[in-house]
Design a protein around this ligand. Structure first.
Ligand code: SAH
Ligand code: SF4
Ligand code: F3S
Length: 470
């Protein structure tokens, strides 16, 4: 009997790419491939790329460079290039010139074509390129091999129509397209039946969900439809845009018992003038009013955000407004980025005329991070002594004597391992014992709330080679 070929998928970027990689894995396994533990053992390597910032692209180009040497040693290796970078106009020309060892290029809209493309590549000496127009419909309900555990990602809306002036995503992911409520409910019911208990709903802009459905629906309706599904403990969603975060959604989250108390509200900048140039469609005041309303309705909400510094033309005074907003909101965590010009976006043209000097960009990032780290530590310290429920993700990579778990508020929580007690992928009641800037420590206060995971046959926890790095 022939030995099954083995695949390895290297994933860069956001959770949507992680989910796409699970779908690619499902397709490959249907074709007869088996997972390899690393690229050194693989017959096929798929590089699932991210284009959101220059640094993400550099990582992917670097990895493609490594594969060149690997392919020289093992000429039978097939290399596939996928994801958001494949959708950018310049990438294919770059690959043809600098990376002829790439065999297949496909985009974010034609994952379902992967088997056919691999077959074409097997009979061809040329690079097989098939990137669909971003206006094409995304095919949902494809087979997939989930990364395992108790947590699952579920796509609810593809694409983004917001066109923030700095952002490449509307070009790489195309127009918004919602999945029908019934499809999502069926998928979550099937997940619950397989023992998944933590579901994260995915979209670049989850709160514009449903405007394109017939009849229309919204995220609040969807959450209300998912609440009653037995077996699901946590419902989460990523990412929400402040403009569309409606009062109805706030009230639905407040009334529900499964939607976790984590509200990620990317602000991007504290100055209304900068927000206008970013085309974010809200002012500083409107954002602060939203934060007020969220905190009033959901007093235990943990707020997190994304911030860009050094947007073209951002003045020192405008940056000071970002600092003052961070002081005022007091986020638990902020993901902070230096503005990275993306070809074809309006802001990239402005960057050519009126950039913030590199030194100032770095200095602003450092000041913002120092402020946020102080606040993160203070916020975490306030948790000491409180009780919570955490989901254990696995043994800590840094310290094998502790479990790494996550709270519903998305904080990393470390708790001691005990001989003879396997807590992997289980919900555990804890008391928070200590606080650092990036994590909490805790002790177990009772029996796990969920049993060990059921066997899922081939879909079970054998580690899927998904490496996530932004
Ligand atoms: N759809 C999500 C975010 C997607 S990208 C949203 O709108 O919130 C994740 C984050 O990357 C963004 O929130 C933004 O802070 C950052 N980002 C996007 N484009 C960027 C760019 N060109 N330079 C630097 N950071 C960027
Ligand atoms: Fe990009 Fe803005 Fe869409 Fe988010 S909402 S993906 S930042 S264009
Ligand atoms: Fe995600 Fe990066 Fe694409 S953030 S949508 S993988 S550009």
């Amino acid at each position: 009997m022939a030995v099954a070929p083995r695949y390895y998928i290297r994933t860069f970027g956001c959770q949507m790419n992680v989910r796409d990689s699970e779908i690619m894995a499902g397709e490959l396994e249907q074709m007869g491939y088996r997972p390899a533990s690393g690229d050194a053992e693989a017959d096929l390597v798929v590089v699932n790329t991210c284009a959101v910032r220059g640094s993400a692209e550099d990582h992917a180009f670097g990895y493609i460079g490594n594969l060149k040497a690997m392919k020289q040693e093992r000429p039978g290796l097939t290399v596939a290039f996928a994801g958001c970078m494949a959708q950018e106009p310049g990438t294919i020309a770059w690959l043809r010139r600098h990376a002829p060892h790439v065999d297949v290029v496909f985009g974010t809209h034609n994952l379902h074509e992967l088997p056919a493309l691999l077959e074409r590549a097997a009979g061809s000496r040329e690079m097989v390129v098939d990137v669909w127009e971003a206006s094409e419909e995304v095919q949902s309900n494809l087979p997939s091999r989930r990364a395992g555990g108790a947590s699952a990602f579920v796509n609810i809306i593809y694409g983004c129509d917001k066109f923030c002036t700095y952002c490449i995503v509307p070009f790489t992911r195309g127009r918004e397209q919602s999945r029908p409520v019934a499809d999502i409910v069926a998928e979550v019911e099937a997940l619950a039946a397989q023992g998944y208990q933590d579901v994260t709903l995915l979209g670049q802009n989850v709160n514009s969900y449903g405007h394109d459905l017939e009849p229309t629906a919204d995220l609040a309706d969807l959450l209300a439809a998912l609440e009653p599904i037995d077996g699901i403990r946590w419902l989460r969603y990523l990412t929400s845009h402040p403009k569309d975060f409606s009062q109805k959604l706030i009230d639905t989250i407040a009334a529900g018992s499964k939607v976790t108390r984590h509200v990620h509200l990317p602000v991007q900048a504290g100055s209304s003038a900068v927000l206008k140039k970013m085309n974010r469609k809200y002012t500083r005041e409107q954002y602060l009013d939203l934060v007020e309303r969220v905190r009033r309705a959901i007093p235990d909400a943990v707020l997190t955000t994304d911030i860009i510094v050094g947007f073209p033309g951002e003045t020192e005074d405008e940056f000071a407004e970002t600092l003052s907003l961070v002081e005022q909101v007091r986020y638990d965590t902020a993901f902070t980025f230096i503005y990275s010009p993306r070809a074809g976006t309006p802001a990239a043209r402005w960057e050519g005329r009126n950039p913030v000097p590199e030194m100032a960009k770095k200095d602003r990032l450092n000041r913002l991070m120092a402020l946020q780290y102080r606040i993160s530590l203070e916020k975490n310290q306030a948790w000491v002594g409180r009780r919570d429920v955490v989901l254990v993700e696995g043994v800590s990579k840094k310290d094998p004597t502790v479990w790494a778990a996550r709270s519903g508020t998305n904080k990393v929580v470390l708790l001691p391992r005990e001989p003879g007690l396997d807590l992997q992928h289980r919900f555990v009641p804890v008391r928070i014992a200590g606080a650092r800037t990036f994590f909490l420590t805790a002790v177990r206060t009772g029996d796990p709330l969920s049993p060990p995971l059921p066997e899922r046959g081939r879909l079970a926890p054998a580690p899927v080679p998904l490496a996530l790095s932004l």
